[in-house]
Design a protein around this ligand. Structure first.
Ligand SMILES: [Zn+2]
Length: 199
């Protein structure tokens, strides 16, 4: 489904899956291989030419986000692209990218936002006020920190740093997206009030 110009969402479909996004010429978190065909069909219906997708980018490496990487790379020409700051966590990638990238003509700021996992990144599109945050925060929730490499202090730091951004569309790795800067701000306040003392 087209959210705004050049930003599409394909919501998670089931177990070990996540929300998949298409931003410019990149697919962000292909999700589970089990649902990939359905999502590709939806992209097709949205008139995305999947052969034009050049990059596969993961917000982090958990299998519910990266499980479909290989299948997608095999079927299409997209390359697995990894933020250089977190490359040590990846056993395989085709290409590295730096802090500022362009997906088609969309300028992206790449933010290292560890906590849920050490290699977690968020993608911020300043011109569109969009933040793709992976499993950093959700609607009234935060990413779990009890998996390998999870770190509650780092999660809080990362949440604090992104909560200062000007965000109109918060696009998490699971559950629903949050639209409207007031709603996004309210959500960050709720999270800080309800979760920070627990972490
Ligand atoms: Zn995760």
């Amino acid at each position: 489904m087209r959210l705004i110009d050049e930003v599409y969402i394909y919501p998670e479909r089931g177990f070990l899956d996540c929300n998949t996004y298409v931003v410019g010429d990149a697919i962000i978190d292909p999700g589970s291989p089990a649902y990939l065909k359905n999502k590709i069909k939806e992209m097709d219906q949205d008139k995305i030419d999947i052969d034009d997708i050049r990059y596969i980018i993961n917000t982090h490496l958990h299998p519910d986000h990266s499980g479909g990487n290989e299948d997608f790379a095999k079927e299409f020409k997209a390359k697995i692209a990894v933020y250089e700051e977190v490359k040590q966590y990846y056993s395989y990638y085709d290409q590295l990218f730096e802090k500022n990238i362009k997906l088609n003509d969309i300028e992206i700021d790449v933010l290292h936002t560890p906590g849920h996992s050490p290699e977690s990144i968020s993608l911020y599109i300043p011109k569109k006020k969009v933040l793709l945050c992976g499993d950093l925060v959700f609607k009234q929730g935060v990413g779990r920190v009890d998996l390998i490499g999870g770190n509650a202090e780092k999660l809080k730091e990362s949440i604090n740093s992104v909560s200062n951004l000007d965000i109109e569309y918060l696009l998490p790795g699971h559950d629903s997206i949050i639209q409207g800067s007031d709603n996004v701000k309210k959500n960050f306040l709720y999270i800080k009030k309800s979760y920070f003392w627990l972490l």
